[in-house]
Write a protein that binds this ligand. Structure first.
Ligand SMILES: [Zn+2]
Length: 188
């Protein structure tokens, strides 16, 4: 694309200074609000156990400044550019929050769809006042089912190892949809 417009410029726009090609490398785009960012990551816990990684798959894509990734990681991304690698540890307050005992409740098994097949450790999806929520069954005693609506990563400090692959402006359509299109994002 660039070389094509350059040759057009040379043929038809002689005398008009063209922007040197290397300027694209001298001033790479820095991550700011409205940037689409593609990055590789490995997420580990305090014991260096891997919780999640993009290795062997697509990079993760998000629109910066919209709270699509955990707050502490989004802050660390600000101002970075393609090719940058960094590590950041994010406290639970800026990740998935602290474990809240109020998110634990006991419900009768016969009020849960598929109640006869419940097991401890099973995840359930519920429609709550804040939309869809995932809860985990932590205990079953007779008809009493204890469910925990805290995020599985609540209370945890998250250690991210990140490499930025690409930074570009979000298109108007991506901003309207609230998600990234193409690699690492939605294909539609
Ligand atoms: Zn879309």
């Amino acid at each position: 694309m660039i070389s094509q417009s350059r040759s057009v410029g040379l043929a038809f726009l002689r005398g008009i200074p063209r922007i040197p090609n290397h300027r694209l490398q001298l001033f790479p785009m820095k991550i700011t609000t409205g940037s689409v960012v593609l990055f590789d990551y490995t997420l580990t816990d305090d014991d260096k156990e891997i919780i999640d990684t993009s290795k062997g798959g697509e990079p993760l894509a998000y629109i910066h400044g919209e709270g699509q990734i955990v707050k502490g990681l989004e802050k660390a991304m600000e101002g970075k550019q393609a090719g940058d690698s960094f590590k950041v540890s994010v406290a639970p307050e800026e990740a998935y929050g602290l474990h809240d005992p109020e998110n634990i409740s006991v419900v009768p098994a016969d009020q849960i769809e598929g109640g006869e097949e419940l097991e401890e450790g099973m995840q359930l999806h519920t429609e709550g006042e804040f939309g869809e929520q995932t809860v985990i069954i932590t205990k079953i005693e007779g008809n009493d089912v204890t469910i925990d609506g805290n995020h599985p990563l609540a209370d945890m400090t998250l250690h991210f190892d990140v490499t930025i692959r690409e930074v570009r402006d979000a298109t108007k359509e991506e901003l309207d949809h609230g998600h990234v299109h193409g690699e690492g994002g939605h294909h539609h």
